[in-house]
Design a protein. Structure first.
Ligand SMILES: Cc1ncc(COP(=O)(O)O)c(C=O)c1O
Length: 396
């Protein structure tokens, strides 16, 4: 069998490896790279119980293609939960997917024709860059500041594109809460304005809210989808709160988009058995208490990371404290080669992700993303000590 390349350019794949695995890595390596939740806070006992109960309740039905009652329970639960972020959706907007990643992939498949333009925050989530590239899109990175994507500049760009200077986007991909990788949060006014622009310039917004539940401080903000439900495809997931191994998330989309996505998934996007377990769990589980446990833990880890960075690096680096989520974005001086630095740090026993992978355009990016959710506070301090040692050594 031959695989033809067709119009997809797989050579543009941004491969992001947590630097430090393999030969260069050490047994006692500290993992500040990938966005994993804290292992000890995953609800193992509750899921075990839910799995037992779902087999008792639904018997073999839980193992059929159609599953049992689980999916209905989850759908109703998620639609209710999303009202917290101002989203008023119903069954026809809802699609169960195997995670936010599948929501990104389906959006790319439904909306992108080869040669279309997609706008993203610069920096953005590397898997999204890859999926948009596979679908044949041209990616344009949008400027960001401490409050996320700069909507004034987005409006300028839209005006220029509408005047024939460049292409209007098919959609804009944004993470308004605790953005991956920068940790920034888009203020209410910017969300509202982006939603208005989507209507004026006739594009969709792909709103990836993988981290929205994990707020340590400040108040929950309305989702962009709450301002423009007819223009927004919203993605939620249980990966960051109950466990990525569940592979379960949801898409809330305008009906015409949701219908097309449903066609593409052939009604088998998620595992019926997982649905039964998750459905059972959600019926009896104090999810808010789980969120409180997670946010308390992650806030302490974020603070430990910030303190360690301050005391080891001093004025050599800049960073902003994220109000939630998993990530802190560390900015070095312009000339710093962070790819090399990440390799040196890995040799010293700390894994990080250098900035390059978060940008679609070639260039040198003096950033490193640090994930504070996975390791305990002492480990984080040790990881930062190793990273700082690598950095100061490399400058001698
Ligand atoms: C912004 C963002 N979107 C999506 C995902 C993937 O989510 P899921 O596990 O639900 O597919 C991640 C995970 O790292 C992420 O950071």
């Amino acid at each position: 069998m031959t695989i033809t390349k067709q119009e997809y350019d797989f050579n543009r794949n941004v491969i992001v490896q947590p630097v430090g695995r393999g030969a260069a890595g050490r047994q006692d390596s500290v993992n500040l790279s990938y966005g994993f939740p804290a292992t000890e806070l995953l609800p193992v006992e509750a899921l075990n119980q839910a799995a037992l109960e779902s087999l008792v309740r639904d018997r073999a039905q839980a193992l059929h293609y159609t599953g049992g009652q689980g999916l209905d329970i989850i759908r109703n639960w998620q639609l209710r939960r999303l009202r917290k972020f101002g989203i008023q959706a119903n069954d026809e907007h809802y699609l169960a997917v195997y995670g936010a990643n599948q929501g990104i992939e389906l959006t790319a498949r439904v909306l992108i024709n080869p040669g279309d333009t997609v706008w993203t925050e610069a920096a953005t989530y590397f898997n999204a860059i890859n999926m948009f590239c596979y679908a044949g899109a041209e990616i344009v990175g949008l400027p960001m500041d401490v409050n996320g994507v700069d909507v004034d500049k987005v409006e300028d760009e839209l005006k220029r594109a509408a005047a024939g200077e460049g292409a209007l986007p098919k959609f804009i991909y944004v993470m308004p809460n605790f953005q991956n990788p920068t940790g920034t949060t888009l203020p209410r006014a910017r969300r509202e304005r982006l939603a208005k622009l989507a209507r004026i310039y006739n594009f969709y917004i792909l709103e990836d809210d993988a981290y929205g539940e994990l707020r340590f401080e400040g108040e929950d903000l309305p989702a962009i989808a709450s301002y423009a439900p007819d223009r927004t495809i919203y993605l939620g997931t249980f990966s960051k709160t109950l466990g990525p191994g569940l592979r379960f998330g949801c898409v809330i989309a305008p009906r015409e988009v949701a219908d097309r996505m449903r066609c593409l998934t052939l009604n088998s996007a998620t595992s019926p058995f997982t649905q039964e377990i998750l459905g059972h769990l959600l019926q009896n589980y104090d999810y808010d208490a789980q969120i409180t446990r997670l946010t308390a833990c992650y806030e302490a880890r974020r603070d430990a990371l910030a303190e360690a960075l301050g005391s080891t690096f001093g004025d050599e680096v800049r960073f902003q404290l994220p109000e939630g989520g998993f990530f802190l974005w560390l900015a070095f001086q312009e000339e710093t080669d962070t790819l090399r630095l990440a390799e040196l740090a890995a040799e010293r026993g700390v894994q990080t992700v250098p900035g390059r992978g978060f940008f679609a355009a070639d260039g040198s990016y003096p950033f490193i993303r640090l994930c504070f959710s996975y390791c305990g506070e002492r480990e984080i301090e040790e990881g930062v000590r190793r990273l700082a040692a690598a950095y100061f050594d490399s400058r001698r």
